[in-house]
Design a protein around this ligand. Structure first.
Ligand code: TXA
Ligand code: MG
Length: 318
């Protein structure tokens, strides 16, 4: 792995893009200081260039290079959750380029909790701009193989750090405009944020920020996705089967289903559901099912993030 890390450092310094394991999902990384490489990320993802990227840092010590007027609340959150699945949006300094920030006056920062990502960042002495390593609007990758399947030869190297331990993207908290607000629920639960700060952190209205994860349809599988309740599940499945669709079910436990229905049972533990969500949807796509009927987990803990991703994946596609 040491030789691979050296190779990654060389590629990144030469303007390359590298598949990067993190604890949430795999990223598509370039040196934040190299505008040309950052623009390549947008081209590979086919992502609109005004959608800002997260800058990944080796430690909280680097924050003041990238951000100014950092409020105490942001320092408290960084101390509580870094390295970890939390992204802080802060007022930017000139170090954060327009290519990374989409021309906004803020920058998103996070210290990932993955040994390979941290070791790479330490060797680089720069930030890594990295969105999730999937094409725009599609499912995020949680293994190195997912990245290779999606992006193939478009990426110069994929570092294999094993399956992601968290499985959904980081929680994004905007600390740049007064009281903190959650822009995207993710790997740090609302309860954990509240416990660290001693008060609830409200979720922002999606329409007033440029967060692609906040577009109605996002994180979508190829198959159609229908959300329902445990009570309505069997009827929803039977109805679609009567139309001739090949239906798969994503649900906790062993619900009663029409014979022959493909069941992907996931854990009643929402953290476990988060960890396996994207891989489950990919697997059902690979099996060629037409429709996935899913019963979202309860709101608590990472349930909120799983419900958010399922809702976006189920939204009408543009
Ligand atoms: O867990 C994660 O956050 C993963 C891993 C790779 O770190 N990254 C990730 O990146 O999910 P991406 O690009 O798929 O989503 C980043 C989100 C986008 O919705 C983007 O709009 C938002 O962060 N974002 C970035 N900079 C921002 C800013 N200055 N203000 C508001 N939102 C910002
Ligand atoms: Mg993404």
């Amino acid at each position: 792995m040491d030789a691979l890390l050296d190779q990654a450092v060389g590629l990144l310094r030469a303007g390359g893009v590298v598949g990067l394991p993190t604890e949430t999902v795999y990223g598509l990384a370039a040196l934040a200081s190299q505008e040309h490489a950052v623009r390549r990320i947008f081209a590979i993802k086919r992502r609109p260039s005004n959608h800002p990227l997260i800058v990944h840092l080796a430690s909280a010590d680097a924050v003041d290079r990238w951000a100014k007027n950092v409020p105490d609340v942001a320092r408290t959150l960084a101390r509580a959750f870094w390295p970890g699945p939390l992204t802080l949006v802060l007022e930017r300094t000139a170090v954060a380029s327009d290519a990374v920030t989409g021309g906004q006056d803020t920058v998103a920062l996070r210290v990932p909790d993955h040994p390979l990502a941290l070791e790479l960042l330490r060797r680089l002495d720069d930030g890594l701009a990295a969105p999730s390593a999937n094409r725009f609007g599609k499912l995020s990758p949680t293994t190195a193989q997912h990245v290779r399947d999606d992006l193939g030869a478009d990426v110069d190297l994929v570092l294999d750090g094993g399956p992601c331990a968290v499985g959904v993207e980081s929680t994004i908290v905007d600390c740049s405009k007064g009281a903190p607000r959650v822009l995207r629920p993710g790997g740090v639960s609302g309860q954990a944020l509240a416990a660290a700060l001693g008060h609830e952190v409200p979720v922002a209205v999606a329409s007033d920020v440029r967060v692609p994860g906040a577009l109605p349809s996002h994180y979508a599988p190829r198959a159609g996705l229908i959300l329902t309740t445990a009570e309505r599940l069997a009827d929803e499945v039977a109805q679609r089967q009567s139309w001739g669709a090949q239906v798969a079910v994503l649900s906790a436990g062993a619900p009663p289903l029409p014979p022959g229905t493909l069941l992907h049972a996931w854990s009643a533990d929402p953290a476990e559901a988060a960890r396996t969500l994207y891989a489950a949807l990919r697997e059902l796509d690979a099996r060629g099912v037409d429709v996935v009927v899913a019963v979202p987990p309860a709101e608590g803990g990472l349930g909120q993030a799983v419900r958010d991703r399922l809702q976006r994946a189920a939204a009408p596609r543009g």
